[in-house]
Ligand binder design. Structure first.
Ligand SMILES: Cc1cc2nc3c(=O)[nH]c(=O)nc-3n(C[C@H](O)[C@H](O)[C@H](O)COP(=O)(O)OP(=O)(O)OC[C@H]3O[C@@H](n4cnc5c(N)ncnc54)[C@H](O)[C@@H]3O)c2cc1C
Length: 368
């Protein structure tokens, strides 16, 4: 059929997973759908701290893209995009033939690599992509439990993700007197209200996690990290949770970028190319900038789908207007959580149960 149009989803992030789920019930007429992702599954980061703490098995965090694609009648290509030829309308893959598109949507998340720090690539692991961290954590725990490695961990980055992961690791290692230090170049927990921040710092201290702020990591070595004040911290595991860096290859696409993220219009289309959509953490919503959070990736899904349908049928597009704030839930290691909305902190075991229910419901829909 000559008038079939090719829709290519680059990355199996949260928005694309939800769109695939919807396509199973209502396909895109006249369209052939291809999904490109490096693995047949995509991890759900909201449950990562729970996995690290030992509350969930690895399989519980996995969104089965192969299953979703099969149900949606889509082709899944296991591969990694490395470029976009917008004249030829092709997605370039690393080590594989390019894939042609009529419309392409990009949902590839961010990376928390810190390549500017000497030794980082050789001696540290990043919180994202999650698969590498999950494997490194399991290997490290085996080595630590058998006495081959000291339970000393340095976490680079004192935002919510770094603090949450530090508490999760402290909980998992309870009983083995771990030494966990969070290192932050500026102020610890900068993006959270004053009262919630104070409570989180108290929980961090109670978990035995130390922190150093206003100091930078200048080198990662096999023995730990070296700091800008001349000091150092011994660590057999160095975790990078500082960056939310966009992927480098986006720079070569000619798309309008803001700080390396794809600038999109209210319809989630790249501002300088209506054949390209971008969603989730890799996009920057120029009309309503928001922090990088899964909640926006999730909420964008119905808008992306509606706007792909509208573009194929030459119909009207729907603008996405993101909510201003959302309930931030930070797990505290054990099965309790701290939440904040509109600057008001809440806390308890019940809040963890709520988070657990939200996460379980989110994952259950993909297994239907
Ligand atoms: C520890 C931690 C806890 C968090 N907790 C929360 C929380 O409680 N609530 C919340 O709202 N947010 C949370 N976040 C943020 C949340 O994880 C992200 O905002 C969310 O995952 C973004 O989803 P996404 O759709 O942009 O893509 P992602 O979930 O990052 O998925 C991207 C997908 O694209 C694939 N991919 C990457 N590169 C390529 C490529 N070149 N070609 C093809 N495929 C590619 C990846 O393998 C992956 O499958 C947390 C983050 C961390 C690190």
């Amino acid at each position: 059929m000559t008038d079939m149009r090719d829709i290519v989803f680059v990355g199996g992030g949260h928005t694309h997973a939800l769109v695939l789920h919807e396509l199973a019930a209502r396909p895109l007429p006249g369209a052939r759908v291809t999904v490109i992702n490096p693995d047949p599954t995509a991890p759900y980061t909201g449950m990562l701290p729970g996995f690290i703490a030992g509350h969930y098995a690895r399989s519980e965090l996995e969104i089965d893209l192969a299953h979703l694609a099969a149900r949606a009648g889509a082709r899944l290509v296991i591969g990694r995009a490395g470029g976009l030829d917008r004249d030829a309308r092709e997605v370039q893959l690393r080590g594989q033939a390019p894939i042609r598109y009529d419309l392409v949507s990009i949902d590839i998340g961010i990376t928390s690599d810190l390549p500017q720090i000497p030794g980082y690539g050789a001696h540290a692991v990043s919180a994202k992509p999650l698969g590498t961290y999950a494997r490194a954590w399991e290997d490290w725990r085996v080595a630590q439990a058998t006495g081959r490695l000291a339970p000393q961990i340095a976490v680079i980055g004192g935002g919510v993700a770094g603090v949450e992961l530090a508490m999760a690791m402290a909980y998992r290692l309870r009983g083995s007197a771990p030494e966990i230090t969070v290192i932050e170049a500026a102020r610890l927990l900068p993006n959270i209200g004053t009262r919630a921040r104070q409570r989180l710092l108290a929980h961090l201290a109670a978990a035995g996690v130390r922190w150093r702020d206003q100091v930078q990591v200048v080198e990662v070595t096999p023995q730990g990290v070296r700091l800008s004040d001349g000091g150092g911290i011994a660590a057999s595991l160095v975790l990078g949770a500082a960056g939310s860096r966009p992927q480098d290859w986006l720079r070569g696409t000619g798309l309008e970028l803001i700080d390396g993220f794809i600038a999109v219009d209210p319809f989630l289309r790249a501002r300088n190319d209506p054949a390209v959509f971008a969603v989730g953490d890799c996009a920057h919503m120029v009309h309503a900038p928001r922090p990088k959070a899964g909640v926006y990736a999730v909420r964008q899904a119905p808008y992306l789908l509606a706007n792909l349908r509208a573009t194929l049928a030459a119909g009207g597009l729907r603008p996405y207007r993101p909510q201003r704030d959302y309930l931030k839930l930070v797990s505290l290691g054990g099965k309790s959580a701290l939440g904040e909305k509109w600057g008001v902190p809440l806390e308890g075991h019940w809040l963890w149960q709520i988070k657990n229910r939200i996460d379980a419901r989110f994952m259950r829909q993909f297994r239907a």
